[in-house]
Design a protein around this ligand. Structure first.
Ligand code: NAP
Length: 293
């Protein structure tokens, strides 16, 4: 792969809320796109626009110079890379693997090691920016891996993101994403509590947002997710169950490093309560529901 305008054969696995938009940008840039996802219906739009369907992650890998994955959980990542008819079994030497799923740093290191043993490069490249960032190709992409692989991937990553930084070796992208999730966790609790307080004080939450959304508290969690809370729009941009997965990874890593994160623990306990009452497939802004009791 090189940075020239030559169309590349690019594979994309995992066409959910994020992956579908991201793969769409790659297709729109004129690359030859080969896709697979657990539920084929989610690929229909891309197939109509000229993408090619594959029957397994392995088939995607066999056809592609660059393979991008954007599945849900670390167990899904494990499956698409390591299982029979998976990526690692079927790829050719020289293929570049880019896992953009939010997953564990240790799994990223395992993939990089397995890829290296087969003459391939691997990057962990999780993202931030939400469903809107994916749709607008404005994601922040945090990358772990070798400089040479990062340089090779950059032209493709630029089709999906606007802030792309190499953070260190394999796993460093996932560690950086955990920093992001730790910041978000306490922030969104604050957003829900601010809105609950506004309502209890008899204020108009929309008007409150006009003021505080333009001050020092502004940001995606308040301005985008806070607005969805106020409108009662709890549809998923980012699933509660995926956030819980991230909080579990971050708390596990922190514990391994001997670091206490009480704010993060509190956020996890609140999200566990939300999931226990049926909110696992809501968007993370549904946290506000806990304050309606
Ligand atoms: P999603 O809508 O659930 O998308 C994941 C897609 O991967 C689904 O289409 C799923 O298939 C597919 N998939 C899962 N396991 C698979 C497997 N073994 N083989 C093939 N396909 C498989 O989730 P998302 O919101 O796009 O998030 C994707 C990842 O990005 C997650 O790790 C999430 O934490 C992270 N992330 C999300 C956001 C956000 O705002 N949404 C932001 C940053 C990062 P099905 O359709 O059958 O379920």
């Amino acid at each position: 792969m090189n940075a020239s305008a030559r169309p590349l054969r690019i594979g994309f696995i995992g066409l959910g809320i994020m992956g579908r938009s991201m793969a769409g940008h790659i297709l729109a840039a004129g690359h030859d796109l080969h896709v697979y996802s657990r539920t084929r219906a989610k690929a229909e739009d891309l197939l109509q626009r000229g993408a090619h369907w594959c029957e397994s992650p392995g088939e995607v890998a066999a056809r592609s110079e660059v393979v991008i994955t954007m599945v849900g959980l670390p167990s899904d990542v494990e499956q698409v890379y390591f299982e029979v008819r998976g990526i690692l079994q079927s790829m050719r030497a020289g293929t570049l693997l880019v896992d953009m799923t939010t997953s564990s740093p240790a799994l990223a290191a395992r993939i990089a090691e397995a890829a290296r043993a087969k003459g391939c490069g691997a990057l962990d490249a999780p993202v931030s920016g939400g469903d809107i960032g994916a749709r607008d190709a404005k994601l922040s992409i945090m990358v772990g891996g070798a400089q040479r692989d990062f340089d090779a991937a950059l032209p493709v990553l630029r089709l999906m993101g606007s802030n792309i930084v190499l953070q260190g070796g394999a796993g460093a992208g996932q560690h950086t994403k955990m920093c992001n999730q730790i910041v978000i966790a306490s922030t969104i609790v604050g957003v829900a509590e601010g809105i609950a307080y506004a309502r209890r004080a008899g204020l108009d939450a929309r008007t409150v947002l006009q003021s505080i959304g333009g001050g020092a508290a502004s940001g995606f969690q308040l301005n985008v997710l806070g607005a969805r809370m106020i409108e009662g729009d709890f549809a998923p941009g980012f699933f509660v169950e995926h956030f819980l997965k991230d909080l579990g990874i971050a708390l596990g890593e922190a514990s391994r490093m001997g670091l206490q994160l009480p704010g993060l623990e509190l956020a996890r306990s609140l999200y566990e309560r939300l999931a226990a009452r049926g909110g696992a497939r809501d968007g993370t802004q549904a946290l506000l529901k806990l304050y309606a009791d």
